[in-house]
Design a protein around this ligand. Structure first.
Ligand SMILES: [Zn+2]
Length: 255
Protein backbone atom coordinates (compact mmCIF):
# COMPACT_ATOMS: atom_id res chain seq x y z
CA UNK A 1 0.00 0.00 0.00
CA UNK A 2 1.45 3.39 -0.93
CA UNK A 3 1.79 6.06 1.72
CA UNK A 4 -0.97 8.02 0.09
CA UNK A 5 -3.48 5.18 0.00
CA UNK A 6 -2.51 4.22 3.54
CA UNK A 7 -3.20 7.76 4.67
CA UNK A 8 -6.56 7.83 2.97
CA UNK A 9 -7.48 4.34 4.17
CA UNK A 10 -6.56 5.25 7.71
CA UNK A 11 -8.47 8.48 7.52
CA UNK A 12 -5.32 10.53 7.29
CA UNK A 13 -3.98 9.01 10.49
CA UNK A 14 -0.75 7.03 10.59
CA UNK A 15 -2.11 4.38 12.90
CA UNK A 16 -3.56 0.90 12.89
CA UNK A 17 -6.03 1.74 15.57
CA UNK A 18 -9.12 -0.54 15.71
CA UNK A 19 -11.38 2.39 16.28
CA UNK A 20 -10.21 3.90 13.00
CA UNK A 21 -13.02 5.33 10.95
CA UNK A 22 -13.60 4.33 7.36
CA UNK A 23 -12.62 6.99 4.83
CA UNK A 24 -16.21 7.95 4.17
CA UNK A 25 -17.00 8.77 7.80
CA UNK A 26 -13.64 10.27 8.69
CA UNK A 27 -13.20 13.99 8.99
CA UNK A 28 -9.52 13.55 8.25
CA UNK A 29 -9.65 12.56 4.61
CA UNK A 30 -7.85 15.21 2.66
CA UNK A 31 -9.53 16.28 -0.52
CA UNK A 32 -7.49 18.15 -3.04
CA UNK A 33 -8.50 21.78 -3.33
CA UNK A 34 -9.45 23.27 -6.62
CA UNK A 35 -6.44 24.91 -8.33
CA UNK A 36 -4.01 22.93 -6.19
CA UNK A 37 -0.95 22.02 -8.19
CA UNK A 38 -0.32 18.33 -8.21
CA UNK A 39 3.45 18.09 -8.06
CA UNK A 40 5.18 14.83 -8.50
CA UNK A 41 7.59 15.87 -5.79
CA UNK A 42 10.51 13.69 -6.90
CA UNK A 43 10.50 14.94 -10.47
CA UNK A 44 9.99 18.58 -9.51
CA UNK A 45 12.73 18.45 -6.89
CA UNK A 46 15.22 16.88 -9.26
CA UNK A 47 14.86 19.87 -11.56
CA UNK A 48 15.84 22.31 -8.81
CA UNK A 49 19.51 23.21 -8.42
CA UNK A 50 21.16 22.06 -5.21
CA UNK A 51 23.68 23.53 -2.78
CA UNK A 52 27.09 21.90 -2.50
CA UNK A 53 28.42 19.76 0.34
CA UNK A 54 29.08 22.81 2.54
CA UNK A 55 25.55 24.14 2.10
CA UNK A 56 26.85 26.88 -0.17
CA UNK A 57 25.58 27.99 -3.53
CA UNK A 58 28.72 29.20 -5.18
CA UNK A 59 27.77 29.28 -8.79
CA UNK A 60 25.68 32.09 -10.23
CA UNK A 61 23.49 29.65 -12.17
CA UNK A 62 22.32 27.96 -8.94
CA UNK A 63 21.79 31.27 -7.14
CA UNK A 64 19.79 32.87 -9.96
CA UNK A 65 17.84 29.72 -10.65
CA UNK A 66 16.64 29.36 -7.06
CA UNK A 67 15.69 33.04 -6.82
CA UNK A 68 13.75 33.03 -10.08
CA UNK A 69 11.77 29.89 -9.25
CA UNK A 70 10.21 31.01 -5.98
CA UNK A 71 6.60 30.60 -7.15
CA UNK A 72 7.22 27.02 -8.23
CA UNK A 73 9.14 26.21 -5.06
CA UNK A 74 6.38 27.76 -2.93
CA UNK A 75 3.67 25.64 -4.58
CA UNK A 76 5.76 22.51 -4.06
CA UNK A 77 6.44 23.35 -0.40
CA UNK A 78 2.71 23.97 0.17
CA UNK A 79 1.86 20.60 -1.30
CA UNK A 80 4.49 18.89 0.87
CA UNK A 81 3.28 20.72 4.00
CA UNK A 82 -0.25 19.36 3.43
CA UNK A 83 1.21 15.85 3.28
CA UNK A 84 3.10 16.44 6.53
CA UNK A 85 -0.11 17.57 8.25
CA UNK A 86 -1.90 14.45 7.03
CA UNK A 87 0.95 12.28 8.20
CA UNK A 88 0.71 13.81 11.67
CA UNK A 89 -2.94 12.78 11.78
CA UNK A 90 -4.25 16.26 11.12
CA UNK A 91 -6.93 17.54 8.78
CA UNK A 92 -5.34 20.12 6.46
CA UNK A 93 -8.82 21.42 5.57
CA UNK A 94 -9.89 22.39 9.08
CA UNK A 95 -10.19 26.10 9.69
CA UNK A 96 -7.05 26.58 11.77
CA UNK A 97 -4.85 24.72 9.29
CA UNK A 98 -6.28 25.66 5.93
CA UNK A 99 -3.76 28.48 5.35
CA UNK A 100 -0.92 26.77 7.21
CA UNK A 101 0.78 25.17 4.18
CA UNK A 102 0.92 28.58 2.49
CA UNK A 103 2.34 30.20 5.65
CA UNK A 104 4.82 27.35 6.07
CA UNK A 105 6.00 27.66 2.46
CA UNK A 106 6.47 31.45 2.77
CA UNK A 107 8.35 31.05 6.04
CA UNK A 108 10.65 28.33 4.67
CA UNK A 109 11.49 30.39 1.59
CA UNK A 110 12.23 33.41 3.79
CA UNK A 111 14.33 31.44 6.28
CA UNK A 112 16.41 29.90 3.49
CA UNK A 113 16.70 32.95 1.26
CA UNK A 114 20.48 32.87 1.74
CA UNK A 115 20.74 30.13 -0.90
CA UNK A 116 19.87 32.66 -3.59
CA UNK A 117 22.24 35.35 -2.31
CA UNK A 118 25.97 35.74 -2.89
CA UNK A 119 27.83 37.65 -0.13
CA UNK A 120 30.27 39.17 -2.61
CA UNK A 121 27.34 40.86 -4.43
CA UNK A 122 26.06 42.64 -1.32
CA UNK A 123 29.44 44.03 -0.23
CA UNK A 124 30.60 45.20 -3.66
CA UNK A 125 30.23 48.95 -3.07
CA UNK A 126 31.19 48.85 0.62
CA UNK A 127 34.90 48.02 0.49
CA UNK A 128 37.12 50.99 1.37
CA UNK A 129 40.89 51.48 1.25
CA UNK A 130 41.87 52.15 4.84
CA UNK A 131 44.65 51.26 7.22
CA UNK A 132 43.05 50.21 10.45
CA UNK A 133 43.88 47.94 13.36
CA UNK A 134 41.47 45.35 14.73
CA UNK A 135 37.82 45.76 13.71
CA UNK A 136 35.26 43.97 15.88
CA UNK A 137 31.46 43.93 15.76
CA UNK A 138 29.99 42.11 18.75
CA UNK A 139 26.58 40.71 19.58
CA UNK A 140 25.02 40.53 16.12
CA UNK A 141 21.81 38.57 16.57
CA UNK A 142 21.40 35.54 14.38
CA UNK A 143 18.80 32.86 13.90
CA UNK A 144 19.23 29.89 11.63
CA UNK A 145 17.89 26.37 11.07
CA UNK A 146 19.94 23.31 11.95
CA UNK A 147 20.27 20.89 9.07
CA UNK A 148 19.76 17.85 11.28
CA UNK A 149 16.25 18.71 12.46
CA UNK A 150 15.29 21.85 10.51
CA UNK A 151 14.64 23.48 13.91
CA UNK A 152 15.90 26.96 14.83
CA UNK A 153 19.02 27.86 16.67
CA UNK A 154 19.36 31.44 17.88
CA UNK A 155 22.16 33.44 19.40
CA UNK A 156 24.88 35.97 18.76
CA UNK A 157 27.77 36.19 16.38
CA UNK A 158 30.91 38.26 17.01
CA UNK A 159 32.96 39.11 13.93
CA UNK A 160 36.45 40.57 13.99
CA UNK A 161 39.26 41.02 11.50
CA UNK A 162 42.64 42.74 11.18
CA UNK A 163 42.58 44.62 7.86
CA UNK A 164 45.27 44.49 5.24
CA UNK A 165 44.75 47.89 3.61
CA UNK A 166 40.97 47.63 3.11
CA UNK A 167 37.92 47.57 5.35
CA UNK A 168 34.27 46.64 4.90
CA UNK A 169 31.29 48.85 5.82
CA UNK A 170 30.38 47.71 9.34
CA UNK A 171 26.77 46.87 8.56
CA UNK A 172 27.95 44.47 5.85
CA UNK A 173 29.42 42.15 8.47
CA UNK A 174 25.91 41.66 9.85
CA UNK A 175 24.61 41.28 6.29
CA UNK A 176 27.09 38.48 5.56
CA UNK A 177 26.09 36.74 8.80
CA UNK A 178 22.44 37.03 7.79
CA UNK A 179 23.00 35.52 4.33
CA UNK A 180 24.71 32.45 5.74
CA UNK A 181 22.22 32.16 8.63
CA UNK A 182 19.36 31.81 6.21
CA UNK A 183 20.42 28.36 5.02
CA UNK A 184 20.35 24.91 6.59
CA UNK A 185 23.52 24.02 8.42
CA UNK A 186 25.21 23.29 11.69
CA UNK A 187 26.59 26.06 13.90
CA UNK A 188 30.18 24.96 13.33
CA UNK A 189 29.89 25.40 9.58
CA UNK A 190 28.03 28.71 9.85
CA UNK A 191 31.00 30.01 11.85
CA UNK A 192 33.45 28.76 9.25
CA UNK A 193 31.43 30.05 6.28
CA UNK A 194 31.19 33.60 7.67
CA UNK A 195 34.94 33.67 8.42
CA UNK A 196 35.93 32.31 5.02
CA UNK A 197 33.62 34.74 3.20
CA UNK A 198 35.25 37.72 4.94
CA UNK A 199 38.66 36.28 4.22
CA UNK A 200 37.94 35.86 0.52
CA UNK A 201 36.32 39.32 0.18
CA UNK A 202 38.90 41.40 2.13
CA UNK A 203 42.08 39.29 2.20
CA UNK A 204 42.75 40.59 5.75
CA UNK A 205 45.65 39.70 8.04
CA UNK A 206 43.31 37.57 10.10
CA UNK A 207 39.62 36.84 10.81
CA UNK A 208 37.96 35.75 14.05
CA UNK A 209 34.34 34.62 14.24
CA UNK A 210 32.62 33.36 17.39
CA UNK A 211 29.02 32.18 17.64
CA UNK A 212 27.15 31.50 20.87
CA UNK A 213 23.76 29.91 20.32
CA UNK A 214 21.01 27.82 21.84
CA UNK A 215 19.45 25.06 19.77
CA UNK A 216 15.74 24.25 19.80
CA UNK A 217 16.57 20.65 18.95
CA UNK A 218 18.34 20.45 22.33
CA UNK A 219 15.74 22.48 24.23
CA UNK A 220 12.52 20.96 22.90
CA UNK A 221 13.59 17.37 22.40
CA UNK A 222 16.44 14.97 23.09
CA UNK A 223 18.47 16.05 26.10
CA UNK A 224 16.14 19.01 26.94
CA UNK A 225 18.90 21.26 28.19
CA UNK A 226 17.26 24.67 28.04
CA UNK A 227 20.20 26.78 29.13
CA UNK A 228 23.00 25.05 27.23
CA UNK A 229 24.84 27.51 25.00
CA UNK A 230 27.04 26.14 22.23
CA UNK A 231 30.12 28.21 21.40
CA UNK A 232 31.99 27.79 18.13
CA UNK A 233 34.89 29.74 16.69
CA UNK A 234 36.86 30.02 13.47
CA UNK A 235 40.11 31.99 13.50
CA UNK A 236 42.57 32.61 10.71
CA UNK A 237 45.91 34.41 10.23
CA UNK A 238 47.09 36.74 13.01
CA UNK A 239 43.94 36.08 15.03
CA UNK A 240 44.73 32.38 15.04
CA UNK A 241 48.38 32.82 15.98
CA UNK A 242 49.56 33.88 19.41
CA UNK A 243 49.67 37.63 18.76
CA UNK A 244 48.79 40.92 20.45
CA UNK A 245 45.86 41.23 18.01
CA UNK A 246 44.45 37.93 19.26
CA UNK A 247 44.74 39.04 22.92
CA UNK A 248 43.03 42.32 22.04
CA UNK A 249 40.23 40.44 20.24
CA UNK A 250 39.45 38.38 23.34
CA UNK A 251 39.83 41.31 25.71
CA UNK A 252 37.36 43.42 23.66
CA UNK A 253 34.99 40.47 23.73
CA UNK A 254 35.42 40.36 27.53
CA UNK A 255 36.45 36.72 27.30
ZN1 LIG B 1 19.40 20.02 15.38
Amino acid sequence: MSLESHLIASGGLCSNNNTMKSPSESAFVYRKRENETNYDSDTALLELPAADEKGLCRDAHTINNLGSRNEERKALLESIARRILQCLGEDPTREGLVATPERFASAMLYLTEGYSQDPSDVVESAIFRENSQLVLVKDIEICSLCEHHMLPFIGKIHIGYVPNGQVLGLSKLARIASIFSRRLQIQERLTENVALAIESILKPQGVGVIIEATHMCMIMRGVKKSNAVATTKWMTGVLQEDTAAKKEFYSLLNR
